[in-house]
Design a protein around this ligand. Structure first.
Ligand code: HEC
Ligand code: HEC
Length: 407
C-alpha cells in the first residue's frame, strides 16, 4: 500500500511540473492561451431567455456601443488606399457590401494581382467571432485589422511607413488627434478599424427576427431545414450568436478533391495537434458569400452542405434534406445585405456613417482600390471637428491614388 501511495503522491506532485514543461515547449501557444480576445460587449448572461438554446439572437446595438467618432475614422481607413503599398487595394476591395461583405472570389487578390491563400470571409457580424481569421489566429478585431496591411499578398505595406503617411495626411493627423490622446499609433489604427467592423453588424435576417422578436418569420421548408440542421448535429459546431465563430475544429476534406492548403492554427500556436485546425466559420449571410470554405473551392451552398453532411454528419444527405437545410441557411441572409446597391439597401446596418463607404471602390471587379486623390479631396472639403465627412467619393479609375505611389 505504502509504495503505491508514495508513487501516487510523486505523480500528483509531478503533474503540474510535467504540464508546465509541456507548455514551455510551445512559447507561442502559451502566449496564445494567456491572451484574452473575447468581445467584452457580448452580454451572454445565464438569465438570457435563450440561455439553453443552441442559438442566440444577434445582440442589439445598444449592448455593444461603439464610439461614433472612432468608427467614422475607421470607415475612412477601411476605404483608404494609403494603407496598401501601391495604393491600389483597400479593405473593401475584399470585403465589399455588394458581395455580402466578402469578395466572391475563391481566393482574394491583393496588390499587384497577388493571389492569397484563403477565401475572404464576410466582414458582416465578424465582431461576434471569438477569434478572427479562418484559423482564429487573431485574438480580436484590433489585432486582426493590422494583419492585411502588412500581408504581402494583401496590402503588402510596412506598418511604420503607413503610420508616417497617415501622420503626414492633414485629415488623418487631425482626426486621430481628436479621438485618441496619443494620436496615430499602430494600436489606434487597429482600434479605429475594429470600431468600424463592429458596426458591420446586420440584424435584419428572417432568422434573427425569428429569434429576437419571436415572430414566426420562417417558412415551412426553412423550419424543416432548421430541425434537420439540429438533428444532423450541424449545430454542435455552428451555434451561438454567429452559428459558428466560437470554436476551433479539425477541418477535414477527406474524400474530396481539395486539400487543406494551410496549416491552420498550428501556424500560430506551434502545437502539432493544431495542424489543420480552423475556427468554425459563422453562417450568417452564407447564402450571399459564395464560394465556400477556407479555400473557396466549392461554388454552391448546396454542394457545401452536401460536403459538410459527409464530413461531419457522416452521411450522404438526401436531396430533400440538402434543399431544406439550404432554405434554412437562406433565412440567415440579412435583408440589408442582399444585393446592396448604394445606400438604400443598407438600412438594417448600424451607424449610417459607414454606408457611403460600402458603395464600390471598384476593388471587387478589378482587384483595385478606390481613388485616393478623390477621397482626400472629398475629405478636406469637409471641415470641423467631429463632423461626419459623409459618403466618400469613389471614382472608378483604379490608379487615381497614385500620389501614394509604390515604394
Ligand atoms: C486582398 C484582400 C483583402 C484585403 C485587402 C483585406 N482583407 Fe480582410 N480578409 C481577407 C481574407 C482572405 C481573410 C481571411 C484570411 C485568413 O483567414 O487567413 C480576411 C479576414 C478578415 C477578417 C476576419 C473575418 C473572420 O471571419 O475571421 C476581418 C474582420 C477582416 N478581414 C477585415 C479587414 C480589414 C479591416 C482590412 C483592411 C485593413 C482587410 N480586411 C483587408 C481578405 C482581405
Ligand atoms: C465538427 C464541426 C462542424 C460540424 C458538425 C459542421 N460544420 Fe460546417 N464547418 C465547419 C468548419 C471547420 C468549416 C470550415 C471548413 C473549411 O473551410 O474547410 C465549416 C464550413 C461550413 C460551411 C461553409 C461556410 C463558408 O462561409 O464557407 C457551411 C455552409 C457549413 N459548414 C454548413 C454545415 C452544415 C449544413 C452542417 C451539418 C450537416 C455542418 N456545417 C456541420 C465545422 C463544422
Amino acid at each position: 500500500m505504502k509504495p503505491f501511495k508514495s508513487l501516487f503522491l510523486a505523480l500528483a506532485l509531478l503533474a503540474p511540473v510535467l504540464h508546465a514543461a509541456k507548455t514551455a515547449e510551445y512559447p507561442q501557444y502559451r502566449a496564445f492561451l494567456q491572451a484574452r480576445g473575447e468581445a467584452s460587449w457580448i452580454r451572454a448572461g445565464a438569465d438570457h431567455p435563450l440561455a439553453n438554446s443552441a442559438f442566440r439572437p444577434i445582440p442589439p446595438s445598444e449592448s455593444f456601443p461603439s464610439d461614433p467618432a472612432k468608427s467614422r475614422l475607421g470607415t475612412s481607413l477601411f476605404h483608404e488606399p494609403l494603407l496598401s503599398a501601391d495604393g491600389t487595394v483597400v479593405c473593401s476591395s475584399c470585403h465589399h457590401g455588394r458581395a455580402g461583405g466578402a469578395d466572391r472570389r475563391p481566393l482574394s487578390v491583393g496588390i499587384g494581382g497577388a493571389l492569397g491563400g484563403r477565401n475572404s470571409p464576410t466582414i458582416f457580424n465578424a465582431a461576434f467571432n471569438f477569434r478572427q481569421f479562418w484559423d482564429g489566429r487573431a485574438f480580436d478585431l484590433a489585432e486582426q485589422a493590422l494583419g492585411p496591411i502588412t500581408n504581402p499578398l494583401e496590402m503588402g505595406h510596412d506598418l511604420d511607413i503607413v503610420l508616417k503617411r497617415l501622420s503626414k495626411d492633414p485629415y488623418y493627423a487631425r482626426q486621430f488627434a481628436l479621438v485618441y490622446p496619443d494620436g496615430i499609433t499602430a494600436a489606434n489604427l487597429g482600434d479605429a478599424l475594429a470600431q468600424h467592423t463592429k458596426n458591420m453588424t446586420l440584424t435584419d435576417s428572417a432568422f434573427n427576427l425569428h429569434l429576437s422578436d419571436h415572430t414566426n418569420a420562417l417558412g415551412e421548408q426553412a423550419m424543416r431545414g432548421w430541425r434537420r440542421f439540429e438533428a444532423l448535429g450541424c449545430s454542435s459546431c455552428h451555434n451561438g450568436i454567429n452559428l459558428g465563430g466560437n470554436s476551433y475544429q479539425l477541418a477535414s476534406t477527406s474524400g474530396f478533391d481539395r486539400g487543406i492548403a494551410d496549416e491552420g492554427l498550428f501556424a500560430r500556436s506551434g502545437r502539432e495537434q493544431d495542424r489543420q485546425v480552423l475556427r468554425v466559420p459563422s453562417l450568417h449571410n452564407v447564402a450571399i458569400t459564395p464560394p465556400y470554405f477556407h479555400d473557396g473551392s466549392v461554388g454552391t451552398l448546396e454542394e457545401a452542405v452536401r460536403q459538410m453532411g459527409i464530413l461531419y454528419a457522416g452521411r450522404d444527405l438526401q436531396e430533400q434534406d440538402v434543399a431544406d437545410v439550404v432554405a434554412f441557411l437562406e433565412t440567415l441572409t440579412a435583408q440589408s445585405g442582399r444585393g446592396m446597391h448604394g445606400m438604400g439597401g443598407m438600412q438594417g446596418m448600424r451607424g449610417m456613417q459607414g454606408m457611403g463607404g460600402m458603395q464600390g471602390t471598384g476593388g471587387m471587379h478589378g482587384g483595385h482600390g478606390g481613388s485616393g486623390r478623390g477621397m482626400h479631396a472629398g475629405r478636406h472639403q469637409h471641415g470641423g471637428p467631429g463632423q461626419a465627412h459623409g459618403p466618400h467619393r469613389h471614382t472608378e479609375s483604379p490608379h487615381a491614388g497614385s500620389e501614394h505611389g509604390s515604394h
